[in-house]
Write a protein that binds this ligand. Structure first.
Ligand code: SF4
Length: 63
C-alpha cells in the first residue's frame, strides 16, 4: 500500500501529520511530504484514517 498527495489540493494544515507523523511531514513545504516507499503494514490503519479525514481530500491510497 502506498499513499500519495495531490499538491493542488493539500493546504498543509498538518492534520495527517498529527495522525501519523512518521509517514506525513510538513517541514517548510507548502504541501505535505510523504515517506518514501510502501506504508509499513503496522501503519496502514492510521494512514487510512488520515486519508479519510483529510479535510481537503488531498490524499489517496494507490496500489
Ligand atoms: S490533512 Fe490533507 S490538507 Fe492537511 S496536510 Fe495532510 S494532505 Fe494536506
Amino acid at each position: 500500500m502506498r499513499v500519495k498527495v495531490d499538491p493542488d489540493l493539500c493546504e498543509a494544515n498538518g492534520f495527517c501529520e498529527s495522525i501519523a507523523a512518521d509517514i506525513f511531514e510538513l517541514g517548510d513545504e507548502d504541501v505535505v511530504q510523504i515517506a518514501d516507499g510502501p506504508v509499513p503494514p503496522g501503519r496502514e490503519i492510521d494512514v487510512r484514517a488520515a486519508v479519510e479525514q483529510c479535510p481537503r481530500a488531498a490524499l489517496r491510497i494507490v496500489d
